[in-house]
Design a protein around this ligand. Structure first.
Ligand code: BGC
Ligand code: NOJ
Length: 812
């Protein structure tokens, strides 16, 4: 069942009912000011950091669902009132529609023949959300209407805001000037920042104290002021400051009124001391408000935002015969990659914004799917991430976006982390040809006095693996590798002690075949990079370490029909036929094959066949099988999940992509594409009632075959799934691969395909690539013609002339 439809021309998903199976959200902003907005206008905003600079309040896990806060509008019409986005008033509407687009959301609702359309967006280079509100009287009589706005301020630190009531109920401060409501509560140390909510019209009243607006025992569904059709002109003094305007309008039949509201954030220089307590310098806010004096200003900014997205999405355009594939590749997957790049795993409807900042592993992987969009931002991000690395090559697992400092509370010792940095840097260099990034002096743990060139950080990343090998010569897993929940050094003699402990009986010797596989793949790329910069000795050393690791994997990491997953702290195999449960895991199959293990002797194919047989389901591949049905202290958190959920045999969409890549590496395009379509959201639109989450973005996970709710997704939006699936489809399946010396064409497609076209902007040139498949093969380019001339091999040479070039790649 569907709850809307794709409008590909406008790059929108159109939701036709407010009661979607779960709130279906969108993101606004992609620079410094960000907002989450649901299809009924729930959600919140923050500046840079969802924890430390939360602007509006949102209650997670609230009842009823998605009424924890938002930017709400209410229409008042002679005693009746409603919200055009249905929530929070939840009055029946004559019509409703929500369009989630690229960085904007438009919600339309009609009741009493009054239609209201609100378009929410964060303009480019603007620290605020603009709401364009259009109210139209579609009835045949004149109407006197009132329009109420409402949002609730968060006292900046979202974590503290949610806990520290003894203090926070006494700190709230606001100021009302004309039609602008300023929020100027100070947060502990004095910071010169504030927020405001304005409207470009005179107001009939306002409220800035939540209790006055909704009533002490009231709710957002029927605020006291709206029910009465009258604001209280309340000025908040502590408690919960909010911002609500009331506008009065007379509308003749057919007449329309338009308004621009702005929710803005201002940061004055910290040194620029406030004159005295509570007096703020409003110059910047006034300038922001003046920028959107009219709705025409808002329309222009929205058009600019759309043009910017058209530009970003023009870098990779697929024309295939499959509509769902086109929309997935051309619009939504790339859009999700931008969002994950911006937010890492910090703020979604499943991530509270206070639990996590930027992940070292996560943000590096996000670069893979994002780098072609804005390479300069990828470069900056790589340096930020690398600056949190430790001198031994290890890394802080997370850092806070506002401070860019490693998070001590979480620490490090996830031994896969360092390798992802190499992968991100290789992706950046292949995309841009900019080797100068390797010379950037980059600190360790943000300490510039111990900075070395980025190239040296990569060496330390590589060495971190070989300096930490276990008894079989496989990499030590540390606290966990990519699979956060496989905590093999978790043995604890204290009953009930946390599985995250690193105390172990034998002294932390658990090893990861997945890291070993990653090392063969990423270590190989590192060697190629070293060759390119002329460091032949380092390239040779890296190649020989990688060869050695391949041998170790084939000797002690092969189980007979697949790659084992790990050795636990007692030296016992994990992910082996010998195990009672969890006999096979997906991760090592993907990476060992990508790293070239078992290619010649057929073991790679055997491993991938085992994946299909044991892990395959109609909704994607589960992570492991059989699922754990009981807690295993030696394995840690993974076995705490019920069977079929999350890392315990859930369909983890992220690592499904590794199998697609591995299948492409062994030339099985049909399988690669089949796996792709099993999890790609646009292909699941028709089963939205089962899947439940947005049909336009990937979730982290869907319940696996062992779960009662098989196929039901969770954790949409912020997941490495976005970038890895984009890599899988755009580079491994469609085969348009940035390489050091040019664009390589190496598809692995279903045999039945006749061909397709990809327009790819690469290092400033535009390549119009037509792939033809006259002999119906899956792999292998037999001829490459560039601008009418035959080229040897399958790499398009660089022109660097900023022009369009036509390319015909014939397979067979
Ligand atoms: C989840 C993982 C996640 C980790 C992050 C675990 O509980 O299952 O998916 O990566 O928490 O802290
Ligand atoms: C989500 C985390 O963000 C990611 O870093 C991790 O690799 C996966 N969960 C798997 O545990």
């Amino acid at each position: 069942m569907k709850f809307g439809y794709f409008d590909d021309v406008n790059k929108e998903y159109v939701i036709t009912t407010p009661t979607t199976p779960y709130p279906w959200i969108n993101y606004l902003g992609s620079q410094e000011f960000f907002s989450l907005i649901s299809n009924t206008a729930g959600g919140y905003s923050f500046y840079k950091d969802a924890k430390l600079r939360r602007i509006t309040r949102f209650r997670y896990n609230n009842v009823p669902l998605d009424l924890g806060g938002g930017r709400y509008y209410y229409l008042y019409d002679e005693g009746d009132f409603w919200s055009p986005g249905w929530a929070p008033a939840k009055k029946e509407l004559q019509s409703y529609e929500c369009r989630h687009g690229m960085g904007y959301t438009t919600i339309k609702g009609k009741r009493n023949d009054v239609s209201t359309e609100v378009t929410f967006f964060v303009p480019l280079n603007f620290n605020g959300e603009v709401h364009k509100v259009v109210v139209k009287n579609e009835s045949d009589k004149a109407k006197t209407l009132k329009l109420f706005s409402f949002l609730e301020w968060c006292l900046w630190n979202a974590d503290d805001d949610d806990r520290n009531f003894q203090r926070n109920f006494s700190t709230g401060e606001v100021e009302i000037k004309g039609s602008v409501i300023y929020h100027k509560t100070e947060y502990k140390e004095r910071r010169n920042h504030y927020a405001f909510f304005s409207v470009n019209a005179p107001i009939a009243g306002f409220d800035s104290d939540r209790e006055s607006f909704i009533g002490t025992y009231g709710g957002f569904d029927a605020p006291k002021a709206v029910v009465a059709g009258q604001s209280n002109n309340s000025v908040a003094d502590g408690w919960s400051p909010c911002a609500s305007h009331c506008l009065e309008m007379e509308l003749q039949p057919g007449e329309t009124k338009e308004y621009v509201f702005i929710l803005g954030y201002v940061e004055n220089p910290v040194e620029d001391k406030w004159e005295s307590k509570g007096v703020i310098n409003k110059t910047k806010a006034e300038a922001m408000i003046a920028q959107f004096a009219t709705t025409a200003d808002a329309d222009k900014a929205l058009a600019e935002l759309k043009a910017d997205w058209d530009r970003l999405l023009s870098k990779y355009i697929l024309e295939s015969g499959e509509e769902k594939l086109n929309r997935q590749v051309n619009i939504w997957n790339q859009y999700q990659c931008m969002v994950t790049f911006n937010l890492s795993r910090s703020a979604s409807y499943f991530e509270s914004g206070v639990g996590r900042g930027m992940g070292f592993r996560d943000s590096n992987q996000d670069i893979l799917g994002f780098v072609h969009q804005i390479p300069d931002r990828a470069r900056e991000r790589i340096i930020d991430i690398a600056s949190t690395q430790l001198q031994d090559g290890g890394a802080y697992h997370q850092y806070q976006p506002l401070t860019k400092r490693g998070n001590d509370a979480i620490g490090g010792n996830f031994n896969d982390d360092p390798l992802w940095l190499i992968l991100a840097v290789v992706a950046y260099v292949k995309e841009t040809g900019d080797y100068s990034i390797l010379d950037v002096m980059t600190p360790f743990d943000n300490d510039m006095s111990v900075a070395t060139p980025l190239k040296d950080h990569l060496k330390r990343s590589f060495d971190h693996v070989i300096n930490n090998l276990g008894p079989h010569g496989l990499p030590l897993i540390g606290r966990a590798d990519w699979n956060d929940c496989l905590n093999l050094n978790c043995f604890s003699t204290e009953p009930g002690e946390s599985f995250q402990t690193t105390t172990s009986k034998d002294g932390r010797v658990a090893e990861s075949v997945m890291i070993a596989g990653m090392f063969t793949y990423i270590g190989g790329l590192y060697a190629r990079l070293m060759e390119k910069v002329g460091d032949m000795d380092e390239a040779k050393r890296a190649d020989s370490e990688v060869d050695k690791m391949r041998e170790v994997i084939m000797k002690d990491g092969w189980d007979g029909k697949w790659f084992i997953r790990a050795y636990d702290d007692f030296g016992k195999k994990v992910g082996s036929e010998e195990c009672e449960e969890g006999k096979i895991f997906i991760e090592s199959q993907g990476f060992c094959v990508m790293g070239g293990c078992g290619i010649e002797d057929g073991k790679a194919i055997e491993a991938l066949d085992s994946v299909e047989e044991r892990l395959g389901t109609k909704y994607g591949l589960v992570l492991n099988n059989p699922a754990f049905t009981r807690y295993v202290v030696e394995y840690g958190e993974i076995s705490t999940y019920p069977a079929g959920y999350k890392e315990n045999a859930g369909i983890f969409c992220h690592n499904n992509a590794w199998i697609m890549c591995a299948e492409a590496c062994v030339g099985r395009g049909d399988k690669a594409y089949d796996y792709y379509t099993r999890i790609a959201p646009a292909f699941l639109e028709d089963i939205s009632e089962i899947h439940r989450l947005e049909p336009y973005v990937y979730p982290q996970m869907a319940a696996g075959k062992d779960a009662r709710r098989f196929g039901e997704a969770k954790n949409s939006w912020l997941t490495g799934t976005a970038s890895w699936n984009f890599v899988a489809i755009s580079q491994f399946i469609l085969g348009i691969q940035p390489d050091f010396d040019g664009l390589k064409i190496d598809p692995a497609i279903p045999k039945a395909w006749d061909g397709y076209k990809v327009t790819r902007e690469f290092r400033g040139d535009i390549f119009e690539v037509e792939v033809k498949n006259p002999n119906h093969v899956s792999k292998g380019v037999s001829s490459l013609v560039v601008d009418g001339k035959e080229v040897a091999g399958n790499v398009i040479p660089m022109f660097n002339d900023g022009k369009r070039h036509t390319v015909v790649a014939t397979m067979g």
